[in-house]
Design a protein around this ligand. Structure first.
Ligand code: PMP
Length: 457
């Protein structure tokens, strides 16, 4: 056990198994115990202050420490802390939130199925897709297609639908008989000389081929994050998703947009599918920014057309104790009210332009191969050789090195393989954006200096 940990960190190290953790690193380093947050700022139990460029985990959209959020949560907890929403019971915040989400969602997406987070929204969407396909007379449509480098959550189905490098381990099993993957749109690593339009054509052709191989009559749905966030902030060619959605329509395949990260203002819109990428999905999965992380909650918002086809004298046998949890729904409602009243979508668009411009100023650093992002999601991809885009060997762990150098300078950025990813709260100020860019630049430079000293670079 590590000697210089605080009592809380030591207790954590002695007893906790963190999500997505590395055993040896945890046993040697322990965890940072965060104790307070305000806006984009965090404090740990030693009083150290950090600028949180990660936004929690892509989720603190309105920023931390809001008294009005705490009040809304406390009021609801006092009034009615819990009811289930099973069968024919509901509560006021759940009913209001369903109505509000129907108002905000595009097209005829007017039906809401609440979940406990993003993973359970994905699982529920998969079930809903099968259910409606069966109701339409296509009970053979039980398969789904998703993309490589996607992350859709950690439950059994969600983890099987996602497929990021390194996530799958031999100790676990994944469902594979009904889940298929096609290539992700990776602009930075596309073939030499290939245009964006050619890349899109190739991806659409691959999708068509996969559908033909599996058989359209077996496929219920296609899952897609508008921007593949945890898979490396993969910003697609502008018309790629609309073209993939058109292929789905042609084959009777439902389109499920995983907007767990991209929803609620991250790209300057309530939802990115229609407003940013010009396609209307059949279902939107959301979580994270839905409550800005103040309460755990997720939802599947789906179309009237689906509802009309699935309803009848039968049961929908899926859902969770905490689906439509009144306190979580009250937090989400307040969060949405704040986004509306404080014009946070427009602010995110403006701050996002500054953030993207700032990040791009890091492109000249000797190990920064690519800078990409959209509005308030961004990343730097660190490479050993910029000309050839050659990656660092895994053991160099460049993303983590940069993150450690940033943390030592009071900045939290998330390592993701060779990348450092960011998604700060949407209320971030101009000077805080400047601070992220300058500190990240200094951290990358310090990490590069270390590599030179160690003879790696
Ligand atoms: N979908 C996407 C795109 C995500 O990024 C995540 C979480 N990072 C999830 C689903 C799963 O959400 P949760 O962790 O709330 O279950």
């Amino acid at each position: 056990m590590t000697q210089d940990l605080s009592p809380l960190a030591a207790m954590d190290q002695a007893h906790a198994l963190h999500p997505w953790t590395h055993f040896d690193s945890f046993e040697t380093e322990g965890a940072v115990v965060l104790t307070r947050g305000e806006g984009v700022w965090l404090w740990d139990d030693a009083g150290r202050k950090y600028l949180d460029a990660v936004g929690g985990l892509w989720c603190t959209n309105i920023g931390l420490g809001r008294a009005d959020m705490a009040q809304a949560i406390a009021d609801q907890a006092l009034k009615l802390a819990f009811t289930s929403t099973f069968v024919d019971i509901t509560n006021a915040p759940a009913a209001r939130l369903a109505g509000k989400l129907a108002e905000l969602a595009p097209g005829d997406l007017n039906r809401v199925h609440f979940t406990t987070g993003g993973s359970t929204a994905i699982d529920s969407a998969y079930r809903l897709a099968q259910y409606v396909q069966a109701a339409r007379g296509f009970s053979g449509r039980t398969h789904v297609i998703a993309r490589k480098q996607s992350y859709h959550g950690s439950t059994y189905a969600a983890m099987s639908i996602g497929l990021r490098d390194g996530d799958r381990v031999p100790e676990f099993t994944y469902k594979s008989d009904t889940i298929h993957h096609v290539s992700a749109p990776i602009l930075y690593r596309r073939a030499e000389g290939q245009t964006e339009a050619q890349l899109t054509d190739a991806l659409v052709a691959e999708f068509e081929a996969k559908i033909a191989e599996v058989g359209a009559e077996k496929i219920a749905a296609f899952f897609a994050e508008p921007i593949q966030a945890s898979g490396g902030v993969l910003v697609p060619p502008q018309d790629y998703l609309a073209r993939m959605a058109a292929v789905c329509r042609k084959h009777g395949i439902l389109v499920i947009a995983d907007e767990v990260v991209t929803g609620f203002g991250r790209l300057g819109a309530w939802f990115a599918s229609q407003d940013v990428y010009g396609f209307t999905p059949d279902m939107i999965c959301c979580a994270k920014g839905l409550s800005s992380g103040y309460q755990p909650i997720g939802a599947v918002i789906f179309s009237d057309a689906l509802w009309d086809d699935m309803r009848g004298d039968k049961w929908f046998t899926s859902g969770y104790t905490y689906s439509g949890h009144p306190v979580a729904c009250a937090a989400a409602l307040k969060n949405i009210e704040i986004i509306e009243n404080e014009d946070i979508l427009a602010r995110a668009t403006r701050a996002g332009a500054l953030f993207q411009e700032g990040l791009r100023s890091l492109s000249d650093l000797p190990i920064v191969g690519d800078v990409r992002g959209h509005t308030l999601i961004g990343c730097v991809e660190n490479v050993a050789d910029k000309a050839t885009k050659r990656a660092f060997p895994d053991e160099v762990d460049i993303g983590r090195r940069v993150t450690h150098a940033a943390e030592a300078r009071g900045l939290m950025v998330r390592p993701l393989g060779a990348l450092n990813v960011m998604s700060p709260a949407l209320i971030i100020s101009d000077s805080e954006i400047t601070q992220i860019v300058e500190t990240l630049g200094a951290a990358i430079t310090a990490a590069t200096d270390d590599l030179v000293r160690e003879g790696i670079k």
